[in-house]
Write a protein that binds this ligand. Structure first.
Ligand SMILES: [Zn+2]
Length: 347
């Protein structure tokens, strides 16, 4: 097991720790576990040891009604300010658990057992949590880090293949923005990684979490450096919201478009741009989408990351180095039309 401690947030991430050891990390107080229906089906024997609350699966449940239902059940179960909430699941469960824990009786301690690749490398690090508001993603929420996150590679074995690929999309992003060596590691080990070789997966999750931790430590409230983690996400979120693509798949397409823009605006050389599409293809991630430029542009205007008439857009100077570029929203809209007109192919 490898431990990453985020000092400023007093939060620990245990990579390679068995979820069965979670009791060693829980404080001595009442604990209520929150999971979704899927996780309960797979791990009911483990979950039955706890007092638990089950929420619905899927992004459609990431809303205010779910928060109300969970608060109702917490009250029924006699939760008070001294209760610990343990989220077990992927990004949805950690977003919801972290948010409920942050607002219930002005805040409870909480931790996660992270069960998806996406949440192990992304959602559970950095203390962002919250729910959607109508069609707007993550509109209500708060920055508040968990006490701990357990990332057990064993849990990844039960994931559907598509969800695993989605998680790789996020890992690949970390390589592109911050770590050229991670790019080579992914390229060299793609087959073993796609087969979820547990030693390599532990290594991979550790590297991705370390990158995210380093960025988040330097910028806990997303004022500067941390914005780089949004590489591929500005257009990616627009596509995710208007298609059937998963988060990682939509981010893959978003990164392709951002890479093309980087060639145009940030001197990314075209060999690097080709490497980007080739690595995403290696991990069976899509390069194309069927959302119209108009739909994407409408979404960009509503996106919370927009700052008056400009958007801070993340571009690449090269593989392993990102740059924050402020683009006027009208200019970006024109670029989106151009980007969407050309189909993408891997070299
Ligand atoms: Zn993401």
């Amino acid at each position: 097991m490898k431990t990453i401690h985020i000092k400023k947030q007093n939060s620990s991430i245990f990579v390679g720790e068995s979820y069965l050891n979670v009791k060693n990390h829980l404080p001595e107080k009442k604990c209520i576990l929150i999971c979704d229906e899927n996780i309960y089906q797979h791990y009911s024997e483990f979950i039955n040891q706890f007092d638990y609350i089950i929420m619905g699966c899927g992004e459609g449940n990431k809303n205010w009604q779910t928060i109300e239902k969970i608060i109702d059940q917490l009250l029924e179960k006699g939760a008070d300010r001294n209760t610990f909430l343990l989220g077990m699941g992927g990004g949805l469960v950690s977003d919801v658990t972290g948010f409920v824990a942050s607002i219930f009786m002005r805040g409870l301690e909480f931790g996660f057992i992270s069960t998806s690749l996406l949440s192990q490398v992304d959602a559970s690090v950095g203390g962002k949590n919250g729910v959607n508001f109508g069609k707007l993603k993550n509109m209500i929420g708060i920055f508040n880090p968990p006490k701990f996150v357990i990332c057990d590679p064993v849990l990844l074995q039960t994931l559907p293949k598509r969800e695993v690929r989605s998680g790789f999309g996020e890992v690949i992003k970390h390589a592109f923005i911050k770590d050229e060596q991670l790019y080579h590691f992914l390229k060299e080990n793609k087959d073993a990684l796609l087969n979820l070789d547990s030693e390599l997966m532990e290594d991979l999750v550790f590297r991705a979490v370390s990158i995210k931790t380093e960025v988040v430590e330097g910028d806990p409230f997303e004022k500067g450096e941390r914005k780089k983690l949004n590489f591929g996400h500005t257009i990616g979120h627009a596509i995710e919201n208007n298609s059937d693509l998963t988060h990682g798949e939509a981010i893959s397409v978003g990164m392709i478009l951002a890479a093309e823009l980087s060639v145009e605006m940030c001197n990314l050389n075209s060999a690097d741009s080709e490497k980007i599409s080739s690595l995403l293809t290696d991990f069976e991630l899509p390069l194309n989408h069927n959302v119209s430029a108009e739909t994407i542009n409408q979404y960009l205007i509503k996106d919370k990351k927009k700052n008056r008439s400009t958007i801070d857009f993340i571009l690449l100077k090269k593989i392993g180095e990102a740059s924050i570029v402020t683009i006027p929203i009208d200019e970006l809209k024109t670029k989106v039309i151009g980007l969407c007109a050309k189909p993408k192919t891997a070299q």
